[in-house]
Design a protein around this ligand. Sequence first.
Ligand SMILES: [Zn+2]
Length: 334
Amino acid sequence: MAGGEMSPIYPWQRVQWERIEAARKEDRLPHALLLTGVRGVGKRHFTGALARAHLCRYRNSEGFACGDCDSCLQYQAGTHPDFLLVHPEREGRAITVDNTRRVTEFLTLKSHHGAGRVVLLEPAEAMNPAAANSLLKTLEEPPPGSLLILVTSVPGSLLATIRSRCQQMVITADRGVAERWLRQQAEGENWELLLRLAGDAPLRALQLQEDGLLTKRMELLEALERIAHSRSDPVSAVPRPLEQEQAAEILFWLDSWLMDMNRLKQVSRPPRLVNLDVEDRLRQLAARCDGRQLFAFHERVTRAAGQLHQPLNSQLMLEELFIAWAHLTRAHDD
Ligand SMILES: [Zn+2]
């Protein structure tokens, strides 16, 4: 790789890359790969590098694409005849049986460049049941030389039959490696805290720092406190209109705080607390709640987060959650 050129993968992904390379060298690269990992760990980046390398004519010694051959140039131009990207037609929509039938057709065609064909399907959980079922046979007997990469951050929501036909690979980020990389992006930030809040996902930690999401986090915590003390109306805490991204953000923080509140409810000094910067405030909120109800409320929030991809009224869903929060935290005030 040239001196100043950026590596095609993130430094914490080296372990997984080397594992794939070892498999490739021993000619036991799986035909169907299920790539998982939390949001913000760089799955898209990694799969892009993998697809490019699989199609390249002159991979370098580390197994990365050369960047110069006709295959690499076509890939970069988005016109590679042996590469198919499968996405939902619109954000939040399903991947349909028409999409997956196209995958099957595509893979049976002969490769233009002779290096095989690559399909990247993302997010895999967006496949509806008919789409998933129609893909099963292709996963079972993929044509020689083909590589089918499914990407998801919620592997549990895929059909077990899909999971069992793919080789799973989890992308995780080593904290030390991730912190070093984050310090190179910006100095003087509390990366340790940001990384912990981001669930060890470095790109998410970077996003928290860049988009001022931490300010929004504190505003949301203040809103929860005001509701608990009957100083504001729960429904008014939900932005109107509510963007899908905002809903996901609110549910992310609720989930993180409720997990900590449940831990604080069980032991006075829980070892794996995430939100250390607001520990006392979470402790005070937890003290207002009945333990079992708090646990049930957390489960409800987790379920709600899992339903965000489905067509439903997320405004109403969040308003109901905040009303439930008011009931939970105001019970002892009467
Ligand atoms: Zn190349």
